[in-house]
Design a protein around this ligand. Structure first.
Ligand SMILES: [Fe+2]
Ligand SMILES: [Fe+2]
Length: 181
């Protein structure tokens, strides 16, 4: 995952994270952005907790199916929608507003590509598990552990992306007073 804020993010120095909450130019778009990211952290935290519960190899596929299916679907579909709006609307706009941060937004788009490649793998693995669940040769506990590891690592990567993105996006929104965007 990228670390655009570790590069030349001159705006983060002018608008450090500690000042965001009480900043007078914090508008609706910035608040919504942070709220949306917090909702991913919250649901991701639940999924990480579920993953941890399956890593001891004591739970079976049926339990995984009933616990993972709804929150994982919700997480993945919300992430798809969120990234589409960022890629198609906001990032091009931010590039025009702050051309010097162009590289950072390109790195964030690269993160989105990695995230969506991983989602494709997760969906494929899930379908594979579901298709084989009645196969007597199928060791469902081994598969559930493997799947839980993939989901846990995926959420960790998304969490890093969320923070990197906020470091780039929120200062732009504060500088340009997002009420006028
Ligand atoms: Fe993003
Ligand atoms: Fe985002």
């Amino acid at each position: 995952m990228s670390k655009p804020h570790l590069g030349s993010n001159y705006l983060l120095d002018a608008y450090p994270r500690k000042d965001w909450a009480g900043h007078s130019d914090m508008g609706g778009v910035a608040r919504f952005w942070l709220h949306k990211h917090d909702s991913f952290r919250s649901l991701g935290g639940r999924l990480k907790g579920l993953s941890a519960g399956f890593l001891d190899n004591k739970k079976d596929l049926r339990e995984m199916h009933s616990k993972f299916l709804y929150p994982l679907n919700e997480y993945i579909s919300n992430l798809h929608g969120h990234h589409s709006i960022e890629d198609q609307h906001y990032f091009p706009l931010f590039r025009r507003l702050e051309p010097r941060l162009k590289k950072g937004f390109t790195l964030l788009e690269g993160d989105h590509d990695v995230v969506h490649e991983t989602i494709t793998k997760i969906v494929k693995d899930w379908q594979n598990i579901a298709n084989r669940k009645n196969d007597p040769q199928f060791d469902s506990k081994v598969m559930t552990v493997g799947f839980a590891e993939i989901v846990r690592d995926f959420i960790v990567k998304v969490d890093i992306h969320l923070t990197d993105e906020e470091d780039l996006v929120i200062p732009v929104l504060l500088k340009h007073k997002d009420r006028s965007l």
